[in-house]
Every structure is written in structure tokens, then in C-alpha cells.
Design a binder for this molecule. Structure first.
Ligand SMILES: NC(=O)c1ccc[n+]([C@@H]2O[C@H](COP(=O)([O-])OP(=O)(O)OC[C@H]3O[C@@H](n4cnc5c(N)ncnc54)[C@H](O)[C@@H]3O)[C@@H](O)[C@H]2O)c1
Length: 266
């Protein structure tokens, strides 16, 4: 169903697993998507542009730095003329530290300060910078969405998951702050997570997950995302939605009640 005609979404990390699936889903629902990713992922972005057509606008930018964020947001405003939805999805997992991060975890004292900074910057700082750059445009038009991809609470606190867990806990807390700071503006901030390890390049530990069909499939993110990005979720803010719990067979409002809860740590 084309519920998102005339909407423009920025999806960060669009060339990868969840970002690619969410971009495809948004375009199938009528939106135009500015897909942001690193230079190393440019072939993936180009392949998406070839298959999705003019509705997918690729943008190469490193969003860990404000200069890259400004490139991404200016690109969206210049090429698409507006921004309505920000999907803060780009991220890096524990595989940056150790490909067998789950079966042979790295302990926090074994990390270098540079490893900590790189994961915090990619996951937490980039979400803040993107939201900071988009929020004024969204609030000016009186309608907008900031959708932050964090992770399951147990993953945030799992032994051996430093710095990934803390980076996502920061994003979770910041979603609650964003939702309160933007209250009454027409712009909402919510969390969307897969609800378990997903079948993407981030999940590399084949000793822990030998059967990839048991992982959450990236397409599960699409139904809750489309509801969150649409007018149907007007006024819904400061919530977290678990894609794995979303029942696509029922009315989206009912599915949202089942798959949703307050974001944050109260
Ligand atoms: N895969 C999982 O099990 C899982 C579970 C919970 C949450 N998540 C979250 O989902 C999001 C998407 O991850 P994924 O599983 O699709 O992994 P992925 O590795 O397939 O995709 C991540 C994408 O982000 C891009 N990216 C990384 N750093 C960037 C930067 N500085 N600037 C621009 N783009 C950058 C990568 O190039 C890649 O295309 C992440 O935030 C991740 O933490 C994943």
C-alpha cells in the first residue's frame, strides 16, 4: 500500500542489511529515500539505485563527523526538496573488535581507547549528529519522525559487549530526551529494533549462530517502520517497537500496542 506518497526519508547505513530492507520497504510504500553510507559501501548503494530507480537517492557520507552529516542532510534537501523521516540506522557491531565476539568475547579491559571511541562515535554520536541536523527542518514543517535503531536491552548489558552495549544504551536514553525536547512540535522520536540477532553483516559469529535462518530477517523491520513513518503514528513518541513482535496480520495500531513499550530505562 502506498501510504508514504510525498514523504522523504533519510536512511543511514542504507547499503547494509536492515538499512537496505527498510529503504526498499519505504520506496515500495511510495516514499523517496536518501540512502546514506560510507564510501566503501558505494557499490551497494549504486546497486540499490539501479534496482530501485529515481526514488532511491544514494549519498556517500561518513556520519561520525558533522561534516559528513551536513553533506547527507544538504544532499537530501537539494535532491529531494525536504526531509520528513530520519531513520538513524547506521552502526557497527562487536565484529569490528572481534569476529567471534559472542563465542569468545573480548572483555572491556582488553579494548583500546581507540576501539571504544570508534564504536561510540559510529553508533551514538552519529545518531545525535543526524538528529541535531534534521530536527530544525522537521520542527519547522510541523511534522516529522526520528526513528533510532538501538538494540535489545539484554544486548546492551551482555558480558563482552562493550562498547556496543553502552553505545546503544546512549541512543536509547537519547531517544527519550529527544521525544521530550520535541514534545508538541509534531515531530516524534521512537526506537525500532529487530528483537534479536538479525541476518546481516553485523552478525559474524558462525560458532554462535550456525543456522542463519534462525536469525531475525531484515524484512521484519519494514511493517513497523512504515507505520512509524506514516501519519497513522501521529502523536506516538518516546516508545520502542520490537519488529519481531509485530503482527502483520492485524491492524497496525493493534500491532503497535503489542510490539511497543516505553523507550528508555524506567
Ligand atoms: N544485526 C543485528 O543483529 C542487530 C540487532 C540489533 C540492532 N542492530 C542495529 O541495526 C543497525 C543496522 O545494522 P545491520 O545489522 O543492518 O548491520 P550492517 O553492517 O549490515 O549495516 C550497517 C550499515 O551502516 C553503515 N555504516 C557504518 N558506519 C557508518 C558511517 N560512519 N557512516 C555511514 N554509514 C555507516 C555500514 O557501511 C553498513 O552499510 C545498526 O545500528 C545495528 O546496531 C542490528
Amino acid at each position: 500500500m502506498r501510504t508514504l506518497d510525498s514523504k522523504v526519508a533519510i536512511v543511514t547505513g542504507a547499503a547494509g542489511g536492515l538499512g537496505r530492507a527498510m529503504s526498499q520497504g519505504l520506496i515500495a510504500a511510495g516514499a523517496r529515500v536518501v540512502g546514506v553510507d560510507l564510501a566503501a559501501a558505494e557499490p551497494g548503494l549504486q546497486a540499490m539505485a539501479d534496482s530501485l530507480g529515481a526514488a532511491f537517492m544514494p549519498c556517500v557520507a561518513d556520519i561520525t563527523e558533522d561534516a559528513g552529516v551536513q553533506t547527507a542532510v544538504s544532499h537530501a534537501l537539494a535532491k529531494a526538496g525536504a526531509v520528513h523521516v530520519l531513520v538513524n540506522n547506521a552502526g557497527v557491531g562487536m565484529q569490528r573488535i572481534n569476529p567471534h565476539f559472542a563465542s569468545s568475547p573480548t572483555r572491556f579491559w582488553e579494548l583500546t581507547p581507540a576501539q571504544w571511541q570508534s564504536v561510540i562515535q559510529t553508533n551514538a554520536t552519529s545518531q545525535f549528529l543526524m538528529a541535531r541536523a534534521c530536527a530544525p527542518h522537521l520542527m519547522l514543517q510541523g511534522w516529522g519522525r526520528i526513528i533510532n535503531v538501538t538494540t535489545s536491552y539484554f544486548t546492551m548489558q551482555l558480558p563482552g559487549f562493550c562498547p556496543y552495549g553502552p553505545s546503544k544504551a546512549a541512543c536509547e536514553a537519547n531517544t527519550v530526551i529527544m521525544s521530550q525536547d520535541m514534545a508538541g512540535t509534531g515531530v516524534t522520536a521512537n526506537v525500532l529494533i529487530p528483537g534479536g540477532p538479525a541476518d546481516t553483516a553485523m552478525v559474524t559469529d558462525d560458532r554462535m549462530w550456525p543456522d542463519r535462518s534462525k536469525l531475525v530477517q531484515p524484512g521484519k523491520m519494514v511493517a513497523p517502520l512504515l507505520w512509524l513513518a506514516s501519519d497513522l503514528s501521529d502523536g506516538v513518541t518516546g516508545r520502542r517497537f520490537i519488529a519481531q513482535l509485530w503482527n502483520e496480520a492485524i491492524d497496525p495500531g493493534a500491532a503497535a500496542s503489542i510490539a511497543g513499550a516505553a523507550a528508555g530505562f524506567c
